[in-house]
Design a protein around this ligand. Structure first.
Ligand SMILES: [Zn+2]
Length: 252
């Protein structure tokens, strides 16, 4: 038995067309963003998390014999609220909508289904709308996300812990500092008005200073287990999201 990477875990970009079985493969598409994540995390944080969770979940499914392909990620999203910080590049909701609509239409010509795996909360409203349209057109498309209930909002403990586990070389722990720590709901009116810069001069919503790679690993394992469970069930809720299948949480 081969111990190297399977053809499927190499991803769609490394396939050759005769090897792609029309109608048999479920295509997973990580969707991220390019936006500021505080002074300590890279701009591609959401994309990196979406990619890592999707690949790990796909590899888990590989062992069950499901045919799953991971597409090259969509590395830009709707990040208007972060445009007050240099480095951020937002394509906005309209462009994201069109991009995902045409993506879904094209990929479902051969894929048995398309699942967008979203790593950036700001994309959610558009994802819900576009998946609704694609499903109305009769296509097998759904979305899911890499958020966990109880996570903090942005570049705080959750994302920083995840990155310290996934890509420790990409985290400047010496530059970690708290940002706005009020609940996001409370910040919303000012945030809507003036963007993240208005409520948090360093771009952080939350506090990354107590983050750890160890907690990041536990969070990552939960995200991967949840996604693998959702992909196994393939049960789509009303708003086009895969229904949440929280994997059992190990006792602390
Ligand atoms: Zn993020």
């Amino acid at each position: 038995m081969s111990t190297g990477p399977t053809a499927r875990s190499l991803g769609l970009g490394q396939q050759r067309w005769p090897k792609v079985d029309p109608g048999a493969a479920l295509l997973l598409v990580p969707v991220g963003s390019l936006e500021q994540h505080g002074p300590h995390l890279p701009l591609a944080t959401d994309t990196m998390i979406a990619n890592a969770v999707t690949r790990a979940a796909a590899e888990r499914l590989d062992t069950t014999g499901a045919t799953v392909l991971v597409a090259p990620s969509i590395n830009y999203g709707a990040s208007g609220e972060h445009e007050g910080f240099p480095g951020t590049v937002s394509i906005g909701h309209e462009a994201l909508f069109l991009l995902l609509a045409e993506y879904g239409r094209s990929a479902t010509r051969w894929a048995s289904g398309v699942i967008f795996v979203n790593g950036h909360g700001g994309n959610t409203a558009t994802l819900t709308k576009v998946v609704d349209l694609l499903r109305y057109e009769g296509r097998a498309v759904a979305w899911t996300s890499t958020d966990l209930p109880g996570s903090d909002a942005h570049a705080g403990d959750t994302e920083t812990s995840l990155l310290r586990h996934l890509a420790p070389w990409a985290v400047r722990v010496d530059l970690m500092e708290p940002g706005a720590t009020e609940p996001v709901q409370q910040l919303m009116p000012r945030l809507r008005e003036g963007g993240v810069r208005e409520v948090s001069p360093n771009g952080v919503l939350g506090d990354p200073t107590a983050s750890s790679a160890e907690r990041g690993r536990a969070l990552f394992d939960r995200l991967v287990a949840n996604l693998a469970a959702e992909l196994t069930a393939l049960d789509v809720t009303e708003n086009g999201r895969l229904s949440r299948r929280p994997a059992p949480v190990a006792a602390p």
